[in-house]
Design a protein around this ligand. Structure first.
Ligand code: GLU
Length: 615
């Protein structure tokens, strides 16, 4: 994406307005219990919002670095899960909010573990679980993890680290109590140093927003596109942030602001709206619970103004079905002989097309499932088109697989068209095979039609050999004498695969009857190298005849290319015109035949347009 000019962005303007509104707020006090923290300039104030595709909106001192402090806790918790797995971590650290201050000395005695990873007791236990060979390696793993989240290299504020290390007696006491209760094992002083050091990593509001956006983006950093953690760790991190992230204000925060968040005594707050954006704020003036006063106000205002609360009223899901039609209403672009067309006009009812749209997840697919269950008994093929589908979540993948099982039990062939490769890969991991996927609805319709025709011995195989001139559909109503009279005007011409039979722009002066092989009409699409197939001709079909009726324009409007070896009977228009003198009835009959074919084509096109515009 190009870098936009944010000057005119209403979102940027809102962030600036909010920043200006709260700039004058001077309530709260900077943290002093870690002596080094008391030196911070209380006026500093920065805001940043970052989207999962990497756009940041910033105001104020969003690049001023401060120590991350407790905001490190949920992220290190994620790393501990990477190291040990969700189940094991649950036995070591709980997930219950305490309602107590961050540094309280209480434990979940029933389960012999700290209550949650957001209070110091839990965070120290979490850090103690980080693997690695010795202090250096373990800290490097922690730092690399933060760098993956922030998308840049980070440093430690050594002065803050030393200051907390020298004065953090309460945390030391907590750790030793945990050791005593066998909640912790290993080198306690090393664990504590790691914990103090992780709290002293320097970040700014922009980093916090990018870290939050990484969580909003299922663990993928929006700037570097690197994976920071897996989606299952993201879920665990956001869960503990939502229930315990804001110290003993967590319940009220969820009630008022409604986003998973974490704050730190350095003055930072990180908040996440999953799938949409991350917020980072910095203002070191803290309320008595340790939360940044201006940070809370900013988040509250943003949440109210833009309706960010997770539990705001949600739009009720609509169905994902945008259109339903049968193969009798809309045919593939493959030309069919008259007897095949008549057959498919009836039997095409067995092909059902469901064009899907929007996001696929439980509530939208549930409606499709209901519609499928009601589908006509005679359905033999179901085509689900995903060309206009948005996101496909994992419950949709499961439900699509259930639909497939249902189709198998009903002896229905299920074909998916137009789905992106990523969805196809996920379905294949659920035992779907290649045959279930075709590129377009047109391909799928053609496949189903061919199947139906073959089954009833109406298939193209029945005219594998070269057809004689008299077998052509246009002569269906001709007598043998009439056929004999017109036959000498034709010459037989052969083409190799990929030969251009008709070229766009060339003079249109002859009529073709396809006796053997197949040929495709395609248009080049403007601004791409791709070609769109209009139709494919099969033996028995006439083409190039429309120019007969077009007295002004005598140029071909599309390419017709041989798909296979092709034989045509070719009739130049000037030769045809000689019939006007020698055999006018035959000339008229021929024109009438073309007229009837044209009428039928238009009728079919009208039915198709009606079916496609019905919903
Ligand atoms: N390093 C700080 C401590 O454990 C973190 C406190 C916080 O940010 O809540 O005291």
């Amino acid at each position: 994406m190009n870098k936009p000019n944010l000057e005119y962005s209403p979102i940027q303007t809102s962030i600036i307005n909010i920043y200006q509104r709260y700039q004058s707020v001077k309530e709260g006090k900077v943290a002093t219990y870690i002596p080094e923290l008391s030196k911070v300039d209380p006026n500093l104030f920065g805001i940043c919002i970052t989207t999962p595709d990497g756009q940041s909106y910033q105001a104020g001192e969003s690049h001023h670095c401060f120590t991350i402090q407790s905001i490190s806790k949920p992220f290190v918790y994620g790393l501990a899960i990477v190291d040990h797995g969700l189940e094991k971590i649950m036995t070591k650290v709980g997930v219950e909010p305490t309602g107590e201050a961050f540094n309280s000395i209480i434990f979940d005695e029933e389960n012999n573990r700290p209550y949650n990873p957001m209070v110091n007791a839990g965070a120290i236990a979490t850090t103690a679980l980080i693997q690695g060979n010795g202090y250096e390696e373990r800290f490097n793993r922690i730092l690399r993890m933060f760098e993956r989240f922030a998308g840049r290299s980070l440093e430690v504020d050594e002065a803050v680290f030393e200051s907390e290390r020298a004065t953090g007696h309460r945390n030391r006491a907590i750790a030793y109590l945990e050791l005593n209760a066998q909640m912790l094992e290993g080198n306690i002083d090393e664990h504590l140093d790691l914990y103090f050091r992780q709290c002293s990593i320097l970040v700014n509001a922009k980093d916090l927003a990018v870290m939050a956006a990484t969580l909003a983006n299922n663990g993928i950093n929006p700037i570097t596109k690197q994976k920071a953690v897996n989606p299952e760790e993201v879920r665990a991190i956001l869960s503990v942030m939502a229930s315990c992230g804001m110290y003993d204000f967590s319940g009220e925060w969820l009630y008022r602001i409604g986003l998973p968040a974490k704050s730190g005594v350095g003055g930072g707050i990180v908040a996440v709206l999953p799938g949409q954006f991350g917020i980072g704020t910095f203002s070191p003036l803290l309320d008595p619970r340790g939360n940044s006063v201006r940070g809370i106000k900013v988040c509250e205002e943003l949440s109210q103004r833009f309706k960010f609360h997770l539990f705001n009223s949600h739009p009720i899901s609509q169905t994902c079905v945008s259109r339903i039609y049968t193969g009798a209403m809309v045919a593939s672009k493959r030309q069919r002989r008259t007897f095949q067309r008549d057959f498919l006009d009836k039997e095409g009812e067995q092909i059902l097309v469901y064009e899907l749209k929007g996001d696929l997840y439980f509530a939208t697919i549930e409606k499709l499932v209901r519609q499928l269950q009601n589908c006509q008994r005679q359905a033999k093929f179901i085509i689900l088109d995903g060309n206009r589908v948005g996101n496909v979540n994992s419950s949709a993948i499961t439900l699509l697989s259930d639909i497939r099982q249902w189709c198998i039990s009903q002896k229905i062939t299920l074909i998916l068209t137009g789905f992106p490769q990523t969805t196809i890969t996920r379905l294949k991991a659920n035992n779907w095979t290649d045959e279930a996927f075709l590129g377009t609805i047109d391909n799928a319709l053609e496949w189903c039609e061919n199947y139906l025709l073959e089954q009833s011995n109406y298939g193209d195989k029945t005219f594998k050999d070269k057809l004689s001139l008299g077998d052509m559909d246009i002569f269906n109503t001709f007598t043998e004498e009439e056929k004999a009279a017109i036959a000498p005007l034709f010459t037989e011409v052969s083409y190799q695969p990929n030969d251009v039979i008709i070229q766009e722009g060339e003079k249109a002066d002859r009529l073709f009857l396809l006796a053997k092989g197949m040929a495709t009409v395609s248009l080049s699409l403007s601004d791409s190298n791709q070609r769109k197939r209009l139709t494919t001709y099969i033996p028995g079909i006439a083409f190039g005849e429309l120019a007969l009726f077009n007295v002004n324009v005598s140029q071909r409007t599309a390419d017709i290319v041989a798909d296979t070896e092709v034989t045509c009977y070719v009739l130049p228009f000037d030769k045809l015109k000689t019939l006007l003198v020698t055999n006018p009835e035959i000339y008229i009959k021929l024109l009438q035949t073309f007229g009837t074919t044209l009428v039928n084509t238009i009728k079919r096109a009208t039915l198709e347009i009606r079916s496609l515009s019905a919903q």
